[in-house]
Design a protein around this ligand. Sequence first.
Ligand code: DGL
Length: 270
Amino acid sequence: MLGFFDSGLGGLTILKEAIRLMPDYSYIYLGDNARTPYGSHSPDVIYKFTSQGVARLFDEGAKLVILACNTSSAVALRRIQQEFLLGHYSDRKVLGVIIPTAEEAVKMTKSKEIGILATEATVHSFVYPREVTKIDSEIKVHQQACPLLVPIIEAGELEWEGLDLIIKKYLDQLFEKSGRIDTLVLGCTHYELISNIIKKYVPDSVKVFNQAEVVAEKLKDYLKRHREISEQLRKDDKRIFLSTEDSWRIKDLFKKFYGKKINPKKVSLY
Ligand code: DGL
């Protein structure tokens, strides 16, 4: 099975795109909704939570896990690949979302100035500036942390008028850093769920691309190039959903964001 992990609901955007492009595979999704948001935690806590989630997905049969979460990818991916997999699951793989996203942003920018909206942990990790400038050292990356967005999305308050004000404030702060930004990265998978609101306040000259589409395309390409992995993945179009939370609200939000009625099974990671 192909596993997808997120701190909550945001990773569903990537899962949905992956299913659209590759419907035959079996998929398992785990949202750590009981402990979201990750973005305001320290790297050690994010690593601990993420590795617990990945271990659970492996134990459920996932051969490859996608960290469908920028925060986990930014803070925990390298340590998971270098320590956790080697020590516990040397036959499995974990991939993140940062490098494919950085590559796409580099391709898109003409002004060589990119803006990033992300969680505090992702911003403080400096992973986006690092990955972007590894590809093109002339590009400037301007970051803006948006700590209020994930809690509002997880609370399902997408119609609350205060959300527009908060988004506008974050965007104003970002564009105050530079008026030359021509490409905006929604560097948190949750933000795709409110991209229609974000786009209302982004200047017309700025491109906003869909991270979920980009990551799913690159995953498809990766699986084509790595037959030794794709051949191990089951292709019986099974869909399994797990969450660390089972409140009525979570069931409702999984349905809303996945687009179909699903009943996530409650799991404990601790
Ligand atoms: N979806 C996660 C991301 O892409 C949200 C992080 C959080 O829980 O704060 O960063």
